[in-house]
Design a protein around this ligand. Structure first.
Ligand SMILES: Nc1ncnc2c1ncn2[C@@H]1O[C@H](COP(=O)(O)OP(=O)(O)OP(=O)(O)O)[C@@H](O)[C@H]1O
Ligand SMILES: [Mg+2]
Length: 139
């Protein structure tokens, strides 16, 4: 499913649509270049889940945890993760069983089953093409 977002608010609205469908254990992989809007999409997810805390990029500590919403949100940023060993050390798999939603920017882990893949591409200015490929359904 491909959509056009013309501003941050549009991206929040798309994230809110995805958030409605989320259940414990779901994993969202966010794809797109630096500044595409991956963290922005995550902010939209958090807001729609009823999380009040402000989502900020976890670049320097890889993962941030947000409680207080309909589901907990675990936000990973693997931009600075170099290899599979380091991913293993992050303990990503443990988060799949913690009753929340795992959101990953710059994923470097290839053992994720049935993720929701969100690809964000800048079309210039504030315009983004956002493609959602829900592998929970399509396999
Ligand atoms: N339509 C839009 N959707 C999302 N973000 C937008 C849009 N238009 C403008 N922006 C702006 O683009 C920027 C996206 O930054 P963001 O941190 O979300 O990117 P990112 O993909 O997480 O980058 P990084 O790979 O560095 O983590 C924000 O400043 C946001 O306000
Ligand atoms: Mg980011």
């Amino acid at each position: 499913m491909k959509m056009i977002s013309r501003c941050e608010k549009d991206t929040f609205a798309l994230a809110a649509d995805v958030a409605k469908t989320l259940r414990a254990g779901d994993v969202i992989l966010l794809h797109g270049e630096l500044g595409a809007g991956k963290t922005t999409f995550t902010k939209g997810l958090a807001k729609a889940l009823g999380i009040e805390e402000t989502v900020t990029s976890p670049t320097f500590n890889y993962v941030k945890e947000y409680q207080g919403g309909r589901l907990p949100l675990f936000h990973f940023d693997m931009y600075r993760v170099s290899d599979a060993d380091e991913v293993y050390e992050l303990g990503l798999e443990e988060y799949f069983y913690r009753g929340g939603v795992v959101v990953v920017e710059w994923n470097k882990f290839d053992g994720i089953e049935r993720p929701i893949e969100v690809s964000i591409r800048s079309l210039g200015g504030d315009v983004r093409e956002i493609e959602i490929d829900d592998k929970r359904i399509d396999g």
